[in-house]
Ligand binder design. Structure first.
Ligand SMILES: [Zn+2]
Length: 340
């Protein structure tokens, strides 16, 4: 379901601009309702010629403003929404700028596990990026279905719950620094959005489950965390493949929690992370194709047995604060569909 809102004039202007881009061969003259000194027109992209028709009422736009932004729905908490807008447009979620449409106009909007419904997805035309929310020219509402996550308990050795020895503490610290540095790099997408499962095997522990780690001995405290990825039950030595084409941000054989892991930047804010691998076949900075083997599964890092932990991180490409990035449900990302 879509609803268009916002300033009628600015919305009408942008709708006209989009219509002009969508049908370049219809007429060499693009008629646009324009108000003199409008900041939108003053900063419009240079390749588009504008012919001012002052006598035409601004409300007479042939396209409704909602056509400037189309998003697929319904979505689910912890999932993502694929939207289509003008290339370079800045997209907002509930008033906060979160994504930029790529050269094909596609943008991915990640949703937290507690996203309220409906998600209000807005549009800032490229020329007004960086301005305030009042510049939003249109928004669309996407229904967000609620999650029903469960709670489970695990018994674990203290050293797997948290680093205990000085060596483990140092290992965890070095791992954190490497991950933190890697996640600051952003690469352009190499392919349209479309995922394949990274390994053949049954799904086991699901994303979103609250896990309480109970120590096997009394040497440490227990802890509680939310499972931030999807597990796939496979024996050591199973091929792990790239779920989508991307650029390797970090390929590390020995991170403290993740073990052997590949952080693959898919563009549009998405990073695929495959963990607990026994062998790594790619290098930092390498570009990989969808389905390319990244390495082999294993039982490295903080695990109780061999499996693949597959996680998807959604980074706000407009923010330097990596602390606000969110984990998405890989199974929902796997099913991402374009609008329409
Ligand atoms: Zn897992």
């Amino acid at each position: 379901m879509e609803a268009a809102h916002g300033s009628g004039l600015v919305a009408a202007l942008f709708a006209g601009l989009l219509a002009a881009c969508a049908a370049p061969s219809a007429s060499p003259v693009v008629e646009m309702p324009v108000v003199p000194s409008s900041p939108v027109i003053a900063e419009a992209p240079p390749p588009i010629e504008l012919h001012v028709a002052v006598e035409r009422p601004p409300v007479a736009s042939p396209e409704p403003p909602g056509t400037a932004l189309a998003c697929a729905g319904p979505a689910k908490q912890g999932g993502a929404i694929l939207c289509q807008a003008l290339p370079g447009a800045t997209i907002t979620l509930d008033g906060k700028a979160v994504a930029i449409a790529d050269s094909g106009g596609a943008a991915v909007i990640g949703l937290t596990r507690t996203q309220v419904s409906p998600a209000k997805i807005g549009l800032l035309p490229a020329a007004t990026a960086g301005t305030t929310q009042s510049a939003v020219s249109a928004y669309t509402e996407v229904e967000v279905l609620p999650r029903k996550d469960t709670v489970s308990k695990f018994e674990m050795e203290c050293r797997r719950i948290a680093p205990q020895s000085p060596e483990d503490k140092r290992h965890a610290e070095v791992s954190w620094v490497r991950k933190d540095k890697a996640m600051k790099a952003f690469n352009a997408p190499l392919a349209p959005v479309g995922f394949v499962k990274p390994a053949d095997g049954p799904y086991s522990s699901a994303y979103g489950v609250t896990r309480t780690y109970v120590p096997k001995t009394k040497d440490c405290e227990g802890s509680t965390s939310v499972h931030n990825g999807q597990d796939i039950a496979i024996p050591t030595g199973t091929e792990i493949r790239a779920p989508m084409a991307g650029t390797v941000l970090l390929a590390d054989p020995d991170l403290f929690y993740e073990g052997g892991a590949v952080f693959l930047d898919l563009g549009r804010g998405l990073v695929s992370i495959t963990m607990h691998m026994s062998r790594i076949d790619v290098k930092d900075g390498e570009r990989v194709a969808q389905g390319q083997v990244l390495g082999l599964s294993g039982a490295t890092g903080r695990v109780t047995g061999p499996h693949l932990h597959w996680a998807i991180k959604y980074r706000n490409v407009l923010s330097d604060d990596r602390g606000t990035d969110i984990w998405l449900d890989p199974l929902l990302v796997l099913g991402l569909k374009p609008p329409g």
